[in-house]
Design a protein around this ligand. Structure first.
Ligand code: HEM
Length: 212
């Protein structure tokens, strides 16, 4: 959906929109709170040890994506996907700053690793899609939404398996690093303004979040 246009984008947008409505949000928010609680527990205590905060936020947002998209809480899957997304966004930056587009087959230094990372994500997403097709079960995640989505206002059609895979890949890439970066900046802002961090800890909007 991020890179489609015109009629194709309109159809995808119509079909995916209900999955992001406020009614669905309570369930997602519960997963986010549970993931945040897990991430907090994993932080070193004492405050003296250096902490790779960006890495911690990257792991957290990957956990959120895996829970909300696939109802999955397998740390190895999250770690593999997280690494793959990092490799892909690093190489996307390198490609973007090339003075001209270089054909796919040219073996630029980062391209072998990029292909491996893409294969990792592809295998992971297809595994979840295939497992769900074989045993749909009762799930309230984004994958279930994608599989149930019907174009009511259009041709009543469903998303193909390939389209479902594509939307999952997009959400991995669009929804993971963006939120990790936002949280990293938030952490920096809190560390730079402890008086505001204190104010938040005494209760504000956070008090309304649902319990995990
Ligand atoms: C702080 C976090 C985020 C930022 C800053 C951000 C930023 C953006 C921006 C600027 C666009 C518009 C791109 C364009 O017009 O070409 C966009 C679109 C999109 N984002 Fe995000 N995003 C964030 C989080 C997420 C998350 C969590 C998801 C998925 C779960 C997501 C999925 C998408 C999708 C699917 C689109 C395309 C929407 C459409 O074309 O109708 N984003 N995002």
């Amino acid at each position: 959906m991020l890179i489609t246009e015109g009629a194709v984008w309109q159809r995808q947008r119509r079909m995916l929109q209900p999955g992001f409505g406020t009614k669905r949000f309570d369930g997602y928010a519960r997963q986010m709170v549970a993931a945040a609680a897990g991430a907090l527990d994993a932080l070193p205590v004492g405050g003296e040890q250096p902490l790779d905060y960006e890495q911690a936020m990257t792991m957290l947002t990957m956990d959120v994506i895996m829970r909300t998209m696939f109802s999955s809480q397998v740390p190895q899957d999250g770690a593999a996907a997280s690494h793959a997304v990092r490799v892909l966004s690093r190489s996307a930056m390198k490609e973007m700053f090339l003075p001209f587009a270089v054909p796919e087959w040219v073996p630029l230094p980062w391209r072998a690793e990029t292909r491996r990372a893409l294969r990792t994500l592809d295998t992971l997403v297809w595994r979840f899609v295939r497992e769900r097709q074989a045993a749909p079960g009762e799930h309230h995640d984004l994958l279930a939404m994608l599989m149930a989505a019907a174009d009511d206002e259009g041709d009543q059609g469903r998303l193909s398996a390939q389209e479902i895979r594509d939307q999952c890949m997009t959400m991995f890439l669009a929804g993971h690093e963006t939120t990790a970066t936002a949280l990293t900046w938030w952490g920096w802002a809190m560390a730079a303004h402890p008086e505001i961090a204190q104010r938040d800890a005494r209760g504000g909007r956070g008090a309304r979040w649902p319990r995990a």
